[in-house]
Write a protein that binds this ligand. Structure first.
Ligand code: HEC
Length: 181
């Protein structure tokens, strides 16, 4: 009896793992829907997929890869990167509150809800009565680089936040969060 049960369990496990891709195709299978690359053109120069990227999504294909490495290139990136001519600080604030505040806190004091469970979040602005936090001295390019590629325990936000918005966030941190005292 016991053996039969073990055999059945094993058989079910194996069946569950089997590739259920089939040769026949009645209609598009939601299980294996093909990934359409909206940035791809066919050999007549027409878009292969008759659609554009949805608004506020990030076109990954065709975008040049970010040339600076996470921790190793932080100083190089800070020296070389230039902020765009215009930044939208209001939009930066909105994006900061969505993507950064859960850890870094609404004011940048490293007291977001996640920081309470996840040790090691660093402050971005100095709370009243405290000695200046080191991020106060970072140029905007360094904050942008860390937002893009990450640093240490923090991962980069390039896959979630558009390039211009990462600059907007960095500008918000420099011009508002770090100026409030
Ligand atoms: C999941 C939590 C988390 C989120 C969300 C997060 N960070 Fe961080 N951040 C950290 C941690 C942890 C560190 C410290 C990393 C280390 O040095 O090991 C850090 C460090 C930093 C630093 C460097 C501070 C210093 O003193 O070295 C900057 C700048 C920074 N984050 C910016 C941002 C920005 C901008 C965002 C939003 C796009 C963001 N972070 C989102 C966790 C987070």
């Amino acid at each position: 009896m016991k053996q039969a049960l073990v055999a059945t369990a094993l058989a079910l496990t194996l069946v569950a793992c089997a590739d259920i891709r089939r040769e026949y195709h009645y209609f598009d299978d939601m299980h294996y829907s093909p990934g359409g690359d909206t940035a791809k053109f066919d050999n007549r120069g027409k878009r292969m997929y008759d659609m554009l990227e949805p608004e506020n999504t990030i076109a990954y294909n065709g975008a040049p890869a970010y040339p600076y490495k996470k921790d190793a290139d932080v100083e190089l990136a800070a020296r070389e990167l230039k902020a765009p001519a215009t930044v939208d600080i209001k939009r930066g604030e909105k994006k900061y509150q969505i993507y950064c505040a859960p850890c870094h806190g609404a004011q940048g004091y490293a007291d977001g809800a996640v920081a309470k469970k996840f040790a090691g979040v660093r402050p971005l602005a100095t709370a009243a009565g405290k000695a200046a936090e080191r991020a106060e001295a970072f140029p905007i390019s360094k904050i942008y680089h860390i937002a893009t590629a990450g640093q240490g325990l923090m991962q980069g936000y390039a896959p979630q936040v558009q390039e211009q918005d990462r600059w907007n966030i960095a500008a918000y941190i420099k011009n508002e969060l770090q100026k409030k005292k």
